[in-house]
Design a protein around this ligand. Structure first.
Ligand code: AMP
Ligand code: ZN
Length: 268
């Protein structure tokens, strides 16, 4: 079981064609997926550094940060912490209250935009070649189905084991080593290897549509989920737009598809 998982991840990494010399920034949330991502990259001999974003949402954030720190200590990996309150003057709870209500966005939507913005910026500061996240097969299948059902397949067009924009130096490629691995197998692997992680989902999760889709997907077999993603990749290859034009946000200077980036759009 463990061997099979390791083999699959190794194959994914081969497809991504990463050099073992280039530094990879692993976004370590304190959850099982990103803990396994960091553990395996380290085990396979990649040059990694971690980063944890302290969202400042009470006890949950404290638990996550502790796990992330313990894991990185065990692995002998550096883990700078980006403290949202210190850096932005507000915790994620403040953002949810202020931005979420004003823009009619759920917690997960606000949090997702902020995290992507922070990771790209910090990755550049730390001069890494790519950012690895713990996204797994279940996450990816959910997102794909969600976009199909919302009639926004185009939003999935960037999905894959690597997201990059080769024409833009300010955009750091994001990789997903666990793209083909089922959530259940990742959790079993994390337990077997006694990795430190917070079990369970974020108590502030607020994405009812995604939760419905997750319920539906849980009725499918592993094979069916894998087939869904195989088809997704096949279809998406055809609609992948070649490096759609990137510009820089007029407010923060980060790469963006519009003249104001998503993060700054939320703040206005
Ligand atoms: P999520 O959007 O919470 O499902 O998380 C997806 C991935 O984003 C995780 O597997 C991590 O790699 C990364 N991530 C999420 N939250 C954090 C955090 N607080 N700090 C660092 N990375 C995170
Ligand atoms: Zn911006």
């Amino acid at each position: 079981m463990s061997e099979q998982l390791e083999k699959k991840v190794m194959e994914t990494l081969k497809k991504i064609k990463l050099s073992k010399k280039d530094k990879i920034l692993v976004a370590v949330s304190g959850g099982g997926d990103s803990s396994v991502t960091a553990y395996l990259l380290k085990k396979f001999g990649y040059n990694i550094e971690g980063i944890h974003i302290n969202l400042g949402v009470g006890d949950y954030s404290k638990k996550c940060m502790n796990s992330a720190k313990k894991l990185c200590q065990q692995l002998g990996v550096k883990l700078p912490v980006y403290d949202l309150k210190k850096e932005q003057g507000k915790t994620m709870k403040d953002f949810w209250r202020e931005v979420g209500e004003k823009k009619k966005l759920n917690n997960c939507a606000v949090c997702g935009v902020m995290k992507k913005w922070i990771l790209n910026k910090e990755a550049r500061k730390l001069k890494v070649k790519s950012i690895a996240t713990g996204h797994n097969l279940d996450d990816e299948t959910e997102t794909f189905l969600l976009n199909v059902l919302k009639g926004s397949l185009g939003l999935s067009s960037k999905t894959g084991i690597i997201t990059k924009n080769t024409k833009d130096k300010k955009f750091i490629p994001r990789i997903k080593p666990l793209f083909y691995i089922h959530k259940k197998d990742i959790m079993a692997y994390a337990r077997k290897n006694k990795l430190d992680f917070v079990d369970g989902i974020c108590p502030y999760r607020e994405d009812s549509y995604r939760i419905e889709i997750r319920k539906f997907l849980s009725t499918l077999s592993n094979k069916e989920k894998e087939n869904l993603m195989k088809n997704a990749e096949h279809v998406l290859k055809k609609i992948k737009k070649e490096n759609s034009k990137i510009q820089y946000c007029q407010l923060c200077g980060e790469p963006s598809r519009k003249n104001i980036c998503k993060k700054c759009g939320l703040m206005r």
